[in-house]
Design a protein around this ligand. Structure first.
Ligand SMILES: [Mg+2]
Length: 442
């Protein structure tokens, strides 16, 4: 499907086609390959990596998908106890229907609208499917609501074989094909502007705000564009004669803080396109771990070690698959009488290597092997980050460097021939421990 890599150049001024994902070789108005007019083009197109994705008229889109007879009709999802519009489809919006509008007003504006009561269970299910597709792009997905999220796609170009802008376009096509709804995406260098961009050209939009244009773009905007400036705050700014973001750009930080407190600081930075908030992944992705409960309680190191090794490899495989690494290794033990022991070790730099996780875990385990009988053993990492700074070559410790190289070779073989192709000395032929029961995920 992806023909982009065959193109000799990827010039941002030529852009790429959002329908067939082909890089263009000139500034044509339609795709050289498929004729589509949906070309993405921007001087910073291949440099930006912070994205905001938002589903288009989410609830209404799902209802239309599930009932094709509604396709060309104005659809309003809402009603119920609060009697307001939850979501209006784009046809209803043309008639003036808006979210949070009282239903009687919405029906005044658009009497022919089909009103559907919300089916939250269904929307949550589809929201999860969208989320899963996002998490296949990067572990750095920060959901804002059921149908929108920030994604940090930095460092994923190698993984996907294409720049973040193309990854986003491909994602939009995948969602359309697999889930039958549409999304809009914004691409920028910071969260604030990525979110602003995703709202530009809905539905099916892909909008870019680059660093070079940020100040000029912002200068023209009303203050309400700034995250956190609602109606009431906008009114108080208005009383002070401030209507546009451009006016804020000319004000001193101290002055803004004296007038508006903490919010003044935000106005100062955001009006200048300065936003260093990072993308914080979903809380359930804050650690990666694996554990196993034994059939009979174990106290002997000789029996615990192979299990620790197998679990470390499992954790490492997941980290590698997601392109992430962890900086703290956590060993978890449960004693015969159900007492939980967790032991942490902070590493100098993040790791995704089975051997480093194992060696660190082993060191922690040795201190706990005091004859206590254990019924559960687990190993994991937290302090997750992107793996681009993981496991730097350690020139001092030649042994660990050798092991890292060996692990790379093992991964390659396993990638080619399957997981069972290579077993390490620790897991190979160790009787019952060779295949510990399937670990339970945290
Ligand atoms: Mg939405």
């Amino acid at each position: 499907m992806f023909a982009a890599m065959a193109a000799p150049v990827n010039n941002p001024d030529h852009g790429f086609c959002r329908d067939c994902l082909t890089f263009q070789r000139s500034e044509t108005r339609r795709c050289e390959r498929c004729g589509s007019p949906r070309l993405a083009r921007h001087p910073e197109l291949y440099r930006l990596h912070l994205a905001h994705i938002d589903c288009d008229a989410f609830y209404a889109a799902i209802e239309k998908r599930d009932n094709p007879a509604l396709k060309d009709r104005p659809v309003i999802v809402g009603g119920g106890k609060r009697g307001v519009v939850s979501t209006a489809c784009y046809i209803a919006r043309i008639h003036g229907v808006r979210s949070a509008m009282p239903m009687f007003k919405a029906l005044e504006a658009c009497p022919e609208a089909v009103v559907i009561p919300p089916d939250m269970e269904k929307y949550v299910r589809v929201g999860r499917e969208v989320r899963a597709l996002m998490q296949a792009l990067t572990p750095l997905v920060e959901p804002l609501s059921i149908d929108e999220a920030f994604l940090d796609l930095s460092g994923t170009e190698r993984l996907h074989g294409m720049p973040p802008a193309v990854v986003l376009a491909r994602f939009a096509l995948t969602v359309e094909k697999e889930l039958g709804i549409t999304v809009s995406a914004g691409l920028s260098y910071c969260k604030f502007l990525a979110k602003v961009a995703s709202d530009f050209r809905k539905p099916r939009g892909l909008s870019v705000i680059g660093e070079a244009e940020a100040l000029g773009f912002l200068a023209e905007q009303p203050v309400t564009l700034i995250w956190g400036v609602g109606k009431a705050f906008a009114a108080s700014l208005e009383r002070d004669g401030i209507r546009t973001v451009g006016q804020l750009q000319h004000m001193e930080r101290g002055d803004l803080m004296r007038r508006y407190g903490v919010m003044g600081d935000r106005l100062y930075h955001l009006s200048r396109g300065e936003d260093d908030r990072r993308v914080h992944p979903d809380s359930d992705a804050k650690s990666v771990s694996a554990e196993t409960t034994f059939d009979t309680d174990i106290s002997a190191m000789a029996e615990l070690v192979p299990v620790l090794r197998a679990l470390s490899e499992k954790v490492s495989a997941r980290l590698k698959k997601s392109g992430i690494a962890g900086r703290t290794v956590v060993l978890k033990l449960k004693t015969q009488d159900f007492k939980l022991r967790t032991r942490n070790r902070h590493l100098g730099d993040p790791t995704r290597l089975a051997d480093r996780i194992f060696q660190t875990g082993l060191d922690l385990l040795r201190r706990e092997a005091d004859g206590t009988k254990y019924r559960l053993l687990g190993i994991g990492v937290n302090d997750l980050s992107d793996d681009d700074k993981a496991d730097p070559p350690d020139l001092v410790d030649i042994q660990s460097r050798k092991r890292a190289l060996a692990e790379g070779a093992i991964d390659t073989l396993r990638g080619k021939f399957g997981k069972k192709a290579v077993e390490t000395g620790y897991t190979f032929g160790k009787g019952r421990s060779t295949n510990p029961p399937e670990p339970i995920e945290d």
